[in-house]
Design a protein around this ligand. Structure first.
Ligand code: CP
Ligand code: NVA
Length: 300
């Protein structure tokens, strides 16, 4: 059975396969060609955190593929009142054909896969956001023609986005540079893996990280669940902003990506965001196409 728990579990060939299928599904949707590959199938979508893009794109994606999506807020599920994930997994496996889950701990997603008997898709944890990175890689290829050999620079918190971008970028042959404060680095094991498997650097110097980059990426300074640290983080991350000064050291045709939601004036200026809005909103759109490809691979 195929799960998408984190990108490190997928081979470069599997990632490439999904990206190719995503391109095809995008082209076909634009041309009114329908594929009801998941006819009669139901995806449960468990949300323990907020979402605009993930929720809507998965629901529309299932409908495009002829299936059905159920929105399951953890506030309403017994899981929110302490029913163990091991039991939830076994019960939901009897009703559903797949689960997409957005939660805090990566362990919860891994346990759903261990105890359940249906495909599990990670719709974001504190550790990873694999669906976002598949859409990001798709967008990079769309705008740059290829992924391999391009330099991806991520500026900001070493969070779920940084972890997944490192893995996705390195697996697809990009060179990856992270510009982040000393105490906010990405996961240590991921950084070790990246250094052993590709061209990788993590530095507190954002200008060094961004030099000659083809893609500049950023994300919020305080992620969901870190609201209490927001003020402290504003102080720590003050110099870690994607702005026109930083863009000067990247390649002149560098693209800018942001998983969204964006905090203008914090991790990115209004000016840079608006100058690259076509790339950023293509990226958001591509969540739909990339996830449809994931749904087909996992549940088809
Ligand atoms: N980028 C992303 O996952 O957006 P949502 O939080 O709106 O789903
Ligand atoms: N790092 C952010 C990503 C949101 C899509 C968060 O976890 O809130």
């Amino acid at each position: 059975m195929k799960h998408l728990l984190k990108l490190i579990d997928w081979t470069p060939a599997e990632i490439a396969d999904v990206l190719n299928l995503a391109d095809q599904l995008k082209y076909e949707k634009k041309n009114g060609i329908e594929h009801h590959i998941l006819k009669g199938k139901t995806l449960g979508m468990i949300f323990q955190k907020s979402s605009t893009r993930t929720r809507v794109s998965f629901e529309v994606g299932m409908s495009d593929l002829g299936g059905h999506a159920l929105f399951l807020s953890s506030r309403d599920l017994q899981i929110g009142r302490g029913e163990p994930v091991q039991d939830t997994a076994r019960v939901l496996s009897r009703y559903l054909d797949g689960i997409m889950i957005r939660t805090f701990e990566q362990k919860e997603v891994e346990m759903l896969a261990e105890y359940g008997s249906i495909p599990i898709i990670n719709g974001l944890t504190d550790f990873a956001h694999p669906c976002q990175v598949l859409a990001d890689l798709m967008t990079i290829r769309e705008h740059k023609g290829m992924i391999k050999g391009k330099k991806l620079c991520y500026i900001g918190d070493g969070n779920n986005m940084a972890n997944s971008l490192i893995v996705g970028g390195i697996k697809m042959g990009m060179s990856v540079a992270i510009g982040c404060p000393e105490n906010y680095k990405p996961d240590a094991e991921i950084m070790k893996w990246a250094s052993e498997n590709g061209e990788f650097v993590c530095t507190p110097d954002i200008f060094e990280a961004a030099r000659d980059a083809d893609v500049i990426y950023t994300d919020v300074w305080a992620s969901m669940g870190q609201e209490g640290e927001a003020e402290e983080r504003k102080r720590v991350f003050k110099g870690y902003q994607v702005n026109s000064e930083l863009m000067k050291v990247a390649k002149s045709d560098a693209m800018v990506l942001h998983c969204l939601p964006a905090h203008r004036g914090e991790e990115i200026t209004e000016e840079v965001l608006e100058a690259h809005a076509n790339e950023i909103f293509d990226e958001a759109e591509n969540r739909l196409h990339a996830q449809k490809a994931v749904l087909v691979k996992c549940m088809g």
